[in-house]
Design a protein around this ligand. Structure first.
Ligand SMILES: Cc1ncc(COP(=O)(O)O)c(C=O)c1O
Length: 372
């Protein structure tokens, strides 16, 4: 079957990446994979189904609707929402068996009240702030809040304590090493305050899975590496990864233009010679960023060609040169392999001055996902 613009999701490669993580962390430690933001653009339901079938222990989401979508699709794995819920979301979330994050007293009390009224029991994970500067109870207040949950909230069960590492992907490990030690000390103080050990203590995102074994603790929480990219070019490549997706379209129109002809909005590019121009049916509404205007490249039949003119909303133009054997309908690779050539997410991230996370997340819903 021929597709127009589509993202080919390499479930076999995602499986390979998960197997590599499992091999390194060992069979006892729990493995949570982050499937937020539609599994970083790869399809949350399909990736979660794969995860469930190969022994992943937990899934992580950012929002309640993301968690509910997985439950509606029949996913039964434990799901952690990485941040607190708003009051109106709490009952449906707990009823769906989605574990909530808590990090401040008013939110804890609201959750307790909702659970008592609905006669529900909820597992919660306490998020501690140790350097990310985003959400989390402070180190000083963490033991008191944990003791409050333990003693004053009979409908809540404190099942996890976690924090987040902002520079675990950095080639300089010093800050993250100190942060992990600080987090362990806070966890010790929480355990002393409640008189027992909480079962799931965790902090390791991809950077820490790759470079900080002391942070693996009871559970690891990788995201981006599951989808085949390293969080930063400087992160140690201790686990081999294969790309989770390719982005493909096809030539929709061909024309030969005379030297001096302008191409596209704003007339930003003029043909330096008589040349063949291909149009492709993908634009910034699909996530083919407008910053690629006159900058990026694509692959056709194993050869690399420059993008010329501005990226439009739905279409873009490619310079094929003064002679070509390219035909309407030929496959065009924007991310992925063609013959011996490859365009990686990391190359996109470099051109766009961003991170690979944004590259795959920004591939729009209009782009059909095709699962291999
Ligand atoms: C709380 C939390 N844990 C884990 C992850 C996964 O991080 P990464 O994709 O860098 O592995 C994220 C993603 O940002 C997160 O917010």
């Amino acid at each position: 079957m021929l597709y127009q613009t589509h993202a080919r999701i390499h479930l076999d490669n995602i499986r390979f990446n998960i197997a590599g993580i499992r091999q390194v962390i060992g069979p006892e430690r729990k493995l949570l994979i982050s499937v937020k933001a539609n599994a970083y653009g790869h399809g949350a339901v399909e990736v979660s189904r794969l995860a469930e079938s190969i022994g992943v222990d937990w899934l992580g989401v950012a929002t309640v609707p993301e968690g509910l979508e997985l439950r509606q699709a029949g996913i039964q794995l434990p799901i952690l929402k990485f941040s607190p819920a708003f009051p109106e979301e709490m009952e449906s979330t707990v009823k769906s068996g989605i574990t909530l994050t808590v990090c401040e007293r008013a939110n804890v009390n609201m959750l307790q009240q909702v659970c008592r009224s609905a006669n529900l029991q909820a597992d919660v994970h306490l998020k501690v702030e140790t350097g990310m500067g985003r959400i989390g109870v402070s180190a000083a207040e963490a033991p008191t809040l944990a003791a409050h949950i333990e003693r004053e909230c009979p409908n809540l069960q404190l099942d996890g304590i976690f924090t987040h590492l902002p520079v675990s992907d950095d080639s300089d490990p010093a800050y993250t090493r100190a942060q992990i030690e600080h987090f362990k000390a806070i966890v010790g103080a929480i355990h002393a305050a409640i008189g027992r050990r909480v079962s799931l203590v965790h902090c390791a995102n991809s950077g820490a899975v790759l470079g900080h074994a002391p942070g693996w603790l009871d559970l690891v929480r990788p995201g981006v590496m599951v989808y085949g990219t390293y969080p930063d070019p400087g992160t140690p490549r201790t686990i081999p990864l294969k790309p989770g997706l390719s982005l493909i379209t096809r030539v929709s129109f061909l024309k030969k233009v005379a030297a001096g002809t302008s191409i596209g909005y704003g007339r930003t590019w003029f043909a330096p010679q008589d040349t063949w121009i291909a149009t492709i049916p993908i634009g910034y509404a699909d996530g083919f960023n407008r910053l690629f205007s006159n900058r990026g490249r694509v692959l056709i039949n194993g050869r690399s060609y420059p993008i010329v003119g501005r990226i439009c909303m739905d279409q873009s133009m490619i310079d094929l040169g003064d002679e070509t054997d390219v035909l309407v309908g030929d496959e065009v690779v924007l991310i992925g392999k063609s013959g011996a050539e490859e365009i990686t997410c990391a190359e996109w991230a470099q051109v766009l001055q961003t991170i690979t996370y944004e590259v795959t997340c920004q591939i729009n819903a209009r782009v059909e996902r095709v699962y291999k």
